[in-house]
Design a protein around this ligand. Structure first.
Ligand code: ZN
Ligand code: ZN
Ligand code: FE
Length: 749
């Protein structure tokens, strides 16, 4: 007989871990206790040595579905305490502050079968949940995770629910959102006469089938929904939302329905079905839903709440777009939904369980069998990212894809998708969430880090709180942060070459960068190569009116704009701006090069959402090996530049000769890949570094990413891309944090 003390860190609270232990000790005939601690759970057991060892193996190999064991340590002792039974010791108070909070989890199979079981007391009850499923992050106001500290506090459990909750052998033991028809939240429908209907779901289905648009309250906010197969409804929604072209997300009833519209491989299927239930961008199988998405993908998710399942009984494909207008954050309160979505929808499917935290759906692509994030949010947040940090740091992120990160005890907590900070509501949400995360994870910030851009609101915020709270502030160059983000994402140390391509980032010289090759580590970097500057006539305006970039590329290449490429009547003004270098911003940005090339190719002259031109260009691409000429030159001793003018020349030649647009699109991207490989081969020779990290929003382009990865691997580089955070600006906070942790960045006084 021996006694063992076992300490387990990770996501082990609020996931049914203690009841799991309680059951397991019986199998191994062990006595002792278990309790929650600030880092996870601690337990002490007495029994035969072999039993204890098998018990530990079982914990490691078969933990509860939602648990995540970060680390398990144990120690054996000879002297026994002769425990009589096994006990769960109540945890309380301050000491328990540092605990992980589970992300929101889709309805589990057990609950799903109860939902449709006529004999079950929760038959068709839209808020059914258990220890393994249901809302978490979005209903938690504070820790430790107890019903009192969630928005379920309002609902007092009935006798039956309470007895489940207290019974350690019940699958609802300590399920904080536990409830039923008697005691739990209720769903209802409100029409445009503000009349309230108790049979909310039936009414919602009736509206949807009728081609109407409704708001549906979800986990982290409201969706706006309509029948996706009804083209007229979808067009009406586009008109009401002022969203002419941007694709909508879809919810499909099940995998069979998905397969009618999309190609689906095993990994895509399993990510689609995972409890995180992200929107997965899947390749279209046909053009049936082209009015939903103009590119080659459909963003698809499966139902994830019981309410969704009840609606989807009678509809197989719904548009489920975020309930918001433009850059305003997703609506999450009932009264706000009614006032703000009034002009968009014909009715509201609402319930009285409050959402405490806004959280949008996550969006992923599947690359090499793994999730490749476009947006890391619901289902993933606030799951921590393991990163060796000793400091408590707040990293403030970028701007258009606002996010932040906080670190403590070797973990980084990256926020959910926050959105465009330029919007006042979004900025408020950003500040509130920073405070919420600090409280949830009990983090007293010691250091702040932000982007170098003087006008980012995240920079303003960082400066302000650094001043008010007398905390040191570090500033990090945008592309260095991207590079460090990909390094930290892959747990890399030491020097790397970074290929960092994006739309816009503030450069050390005050210019716009975005086609960067960097060498460095967390502490510092050197810009070793980039692309020839692109003139943006009218600055910001050229980002939307991308034909301006077309004109600029053509003038730089040919000295004038060939007549057949003139598509607008402001040509003289633009010509003047470029030739006199008036009001023309210079950007070494691959994102802008994509925009200009797309316009030259006649794909798009004006874009209505971020990245549109590049996405459409990627959509055209097909597998081919052709490429164009490019030219590398040294502008000065230190920096190598890709001259894109030969590429433009070739593209124009191909267009004029009527070459297939698909080949032109592919050749253009192949050329970028070839030039990048050319450059890093030179860098490897000069600096003896063969580790490459790939980051930046441009690499949401999977055609480009996969070609680059393949070609670099063929040259025996060690290639890393993102897999735990987004390649775009949403992932930047992780990089900023890693840089500040290692003493990089510029200290501001
Ligand atoms: Zn469940
Ligand atoms: Zn009940
Ligand atoms: Fe960026």
């Amino acid at each position: 007989m021996l006694r063992a003390v076992i300490k387990i860190n990770g996501i082990v609270q609020g996931v049914g871990f203690r009841p799991f232990i309680n059951k397991l000790v019986k199998n191994f005939n062990l006595k002792g206790w278990v309790k929650n601690t600030s880092l996870g759970v601690e337990l002490e057991v007495e029994g035969e040595e072999i039993h204890i060892k098998n018990f530990i193996d079982e914990i490691i190999n078969n933990p509860p579905k939602l648990a995540f064991i970060e680390d398990l340590k144990y120690e054996f002792f000879k002297e026994l305490k002769y425990y009589k039974g096994f006990e769960i010791i109540k945890s309380q108070g301050k000491e328990d502050k540092f605990t992980f909070v589970s992300p929101d989890v889709c309805i589990c199979d057990d609950c799903l079968s109860e939902l449709f079981d006529k004999e079950n007391r929760r038959y068709l009850y839209p808020f059914i949940n258990c220890t393994n499923c249901g809302p978490r992050f979005t209903i938690i106001k504070d820790v430790p995770y107890d019903r009192d500290k969630t928005t379920m506090k309002e609902f007092e459990m009935c006798h039956q629910c309470l007895s489940e909750y207290l019974d350690i052998d019940d699958r609802r033991y300590h399920a904080q959102p536990n409830c039923c028809k008697e005691c739990g939240p209720k769903v209802y429908f409100i029409d445009k006469n503000k009349e309230k209907f108790d049979k909310g779901i039936e009414k919602a289905i009736e509206y949807l089938k009728d081609g109407k648009i409704i708001a549906i309250k979800g986990i982290g906010g409201f969706h706006v929904a309509c029948d996706a197969k009804n083209k007229e409804s979808v067009l009406k929604l586009r008109q009401r939302k002022g969203r002419d072209e941007k694709p909508f997300a879809l919810m499909m009833r099940d995998i069979d329905v998905v397969e009618n519209y999309c190609y689906l491989d095993t990994e895509e299927k399993s990510i689609l079905e995972s409890y995180k239930r992200p929107i997965v961008l899947l390749k279209k199988r046909n053009n049936l839903l082209d009015y939903i998405s103009e590119n080659k993908w459909l963003g698809v998710m499966l139902p994830y709440t019981p309410l969704h399942y009840l609606i989807m009984r009678e509809l197989d494909v719904l548009v489920m777009t975020s309930g918001n207008i433009h850059d305003v954050p997703i609506v999450y309160k009932n009264d706000e939904a009614i006032s703000e979505l009034w002009d968009i929808v014909d009715g509201f499917l609402i319930h009285d369980r409050d959402i405490h935290v806004r959280c949008d759906d996550s969006i992923v692509k599947v690359f090499e069998g793994k999730e490749y994030f476009i947006r890391r949010s619901r289902g993933y947040v606030p799951f921590p990212i393991r990163y060796e940090s000793r400091n408590k740091i707040l990293a403030c992120g970028a701007e258009q894809k606002g996010s932040f990160a906080l670190s403590k005890n070797g973990f980084v907590f990256l926020s959910q998708h926050i959105g465009e900070l330029r919007n006042a509501e979004t900025y408020k949400h950003y500040i509130e969430q920073i405070e919420h995360f600090k409280k949830l994870f009990d983090i007293d910030v010691e250091k702040i880090v932000c982007d170098m851009h003087p006008d980012y609101l995240s920079t303003h915020y960082a400066k302000e709180i650094s001043k008010n709270q007398k905390l040191p502030l570090y500033m990090v160059q945008h592309h260095h942060a991207h590079m460090a983000s990909c390094m930290a994402d892959n747990k890399l140390k030491g020097e790397v070459i970074g290929i960092i391509w994006d739309g816009t980032g503030y450069g050390l010289d005050g210019k716009i960068w975005g086609g960067e090759f960097l060498i460095g580590d967390y502490r510092g970097f050197k810009r070793v190569a980039t692309i020839r500057d692109i003139g943006l006539p009218g600055g910001e305006r050229a980002i939307k009116d991308v034909y301006r970039i077309k004109y600029s590329l053509l003038i730089d290449t040919f000295g004038e704009i060939p007549q057949e490429f003139v598509t607008t009547d402001d040509i003289d003004v633009i010509n003047m701006m470029i030739n006199k270098d008036f009001n023309t911003v210079k950007a070494s940005s691959i994102g802008r090069l994509f925009d200009g090339v797309a316009s030259i190719m006649g794909i798009k002259d004006r874009v209505s959402y971020e990245g549109q031109a590049a996405i459409l260009l990627e959509t055209k691409a097909l597998e081919c090996e052709e490429h164009y000429n490019y030219h590398l030159y040294n502008e000065n001793e230190d920096i190598l530049k890709i001259d894109w003018r030969p590429i433009i020349e070739d593209i124009v030649k191909d267009i004029t000769s009527g070459k297939n647009i698909e080949i032109i699109a592919s050749s253009f991207m192949n050329t970028l890949v070839k030039s990048a490989v050319d450059i890093v081969l030179r860098l490897r020779n000069a600096h003896n570094i063969d580790t490459i990290v790939i980051s930046g929003g441009v690499f949401q382009n999977i055609y480009l990413l996969s070609k680059l990865v393949q070609n670099l691997r063929n040259k025996n580089f060690k290639v890393y891309y993102h897999n735990r955070v987004s390649a775009n600006d949403e992932g930047i906070a992780l990089g900023q944090l890693a840089i500040a942790e290692d003493g990089g960045g510029i200290l501001c006084v």
